[in-house]
Design a protein around this ligand. Structure first.
Ligand code: SAM
Length: 206
């Protein structure tokens, strides 16, 4: 997460749509951001690293993007995993509307479900979670958020999170492991870590 966007996350800010390039080795998308939504004018560097480093979504049936923002992770996942249902959740209503519109613009709206977190039906599980999580909510809220959604992984499911090193990626990895969610550092570049989180065989993970 870039610090410059920390306080821009206000869905009540006057709308000022932006055109954002999502350029990756396997695709180039032009999506729409807006004021009041995280990293509205460019693909966040951490998000880009996650999209470059997360393993292929081969065989994924269900993917969850926690904190979708304007939807870069959701849209790329939907393009990469055409057989998957992609769920996008965010507390920011403008972010949800943008993700829905961007999913439509890439032809994936039928496979993308954008909802408030409360509206994900109980019992829905995911074989992949991809997230640039909202570190700014604070450690306690972040921990609560992760322990709310990680148990929705299928037994073989895996989560990939991007977290800045100076915002506590390494201590978060240790904490997750201690909670029964073995977490490894999959990649490290430009101050970001990509964390890979799996179900533990013992401990807290249900
Ligand atoms: C770091 S931004 C990532 C946005 C987008 N995925 C990206 O990569 O550009 C984190 C997002 O999490 C959302 N968020 C904050 N608290 C949340 C919560 N409790 N549940 C779901 N999303 C939340 C914020 O509104 C924000 O859009």
């Amino acid at each position: 997460m870039s610090a410059g966007h920390y306080f821009d996350d206000d869905p009540d800010a006057p709308s000022a749509p932006t055109s954002v390039d999502v350029s990756l080795p396997d695709m180039h998308l032009t999506l729409t951001g807006d004021r009041g939504v995280f990293s509205a004018d460019k693909l966040d560097a951490g998000t880009k690293l996650l999209l470059l480093e997360a393993p292929a979504l081969d065989g994924a049936q269900s993917v969850l993007d926690i904190g979708c923002g304007w939807g870069p992770i959701t849209c790329v996942a939907a393009m990469r995993a055409p057989a998957a249902e992609v769920w996008a959740i965010d507390v920011n209503a403008r972010a949800r509307a943008l993700t829905e519109a961007n999913a439509a613009s890439v032809g994936a709206v039928d496979r993308v479900t954008v909802v408030e977190p409360e509206d994900v039906p109980a019992g829905t599980s995911f074989d992949r979670i991809l997230s640039n999580p909202p570190i700014r909510v604070g450690k306690a809220a972040l921990h609560e958020l992760l322990l709310r959604w990680l148990p929705r992984l299928t037994p073989e499911g895996v989560a990939h999170l991007v977290v800045q090193k100076h915002l506590g990626s390494d201590s978060l990895a240790r904490w997750l492991t201690d909670q029964g969610w073995p977490t490894e550092r999959l990649a490290s570049r430009a101050g970001y870590r990509i964390l890979e989180v799996r179900r533990g065989t013992e401990g807290g993970a249900p």
